[in-house]
Design a protein around this ligand. Sequence first.
Ligand SMILES: C[S@@+](CC[C@H](N)C(=O)[O-])C[C@H]1O[C@@H](n2cnc3c(N)ncnc32)[C@H](O)[C@@H]1O
Length: 162
Amino acid sequence: MRLHFKISQRRLFFHNSPQHYSIDAFLLNNSGPYSVKHSTPQPAHLQKVYEKTIKEYPEARMMVSQSQGSLLTILCRLMNANKVLELGSFTGYSTLCLAEGIKERGSSAKVVCCEKNEEYAKVALQNVKDAGMGEIVEIRIGNALDMLVLFIYSGNVFDFFG
Ligand SMILES: C[S@@+](CC[C@H](N)C(=O)[O-])C[C@H]1O[C@@H](n2cnc3c(N)ncnc32)[C@H](O)[C@@H]1O
């Protein structure tokens, strides 16, 4: 009964606060909205994809949270990463967070993302293009496991894995 009440409260919270509907709001006892509110805002193109995903996809909880997205950006910057491999793009929000962290690296900057779901891959690609990151991001449709084997045998090296 108590558990049910807690779950209902959470549903209500998520329903009323779409911008805070995220995995860390759920996992970290709703500290997600607090950390977002008190952190540097993300660039508008990231905010747009994040909000659009929440609005249009019931499975939006698959997406990383905004604070997790910012962490991906910061980690790529701190590591001076050039080449990043991501396994699973969903709508491309985390992909764009990774791209944000390497975009200053110039022509060597590349995020390669493997996505097995064709529909998600198409949406991610469109979001990447709309964000002006088409030069940096490559979305490959297919099973990441197969692609990993190809990357290993072709000697592809990545600096960061998302
Ligand atoms: C949890 S979601 C990733 C969310 C995304 N990183 C984000 O934050 O928005 C997992 C994604 O990986 C994809 N996926 C799952 N297994 C895969 C595989 N074997 N190869 C490629 N993509 C896969 C799913 O289709 C889904 O889009």
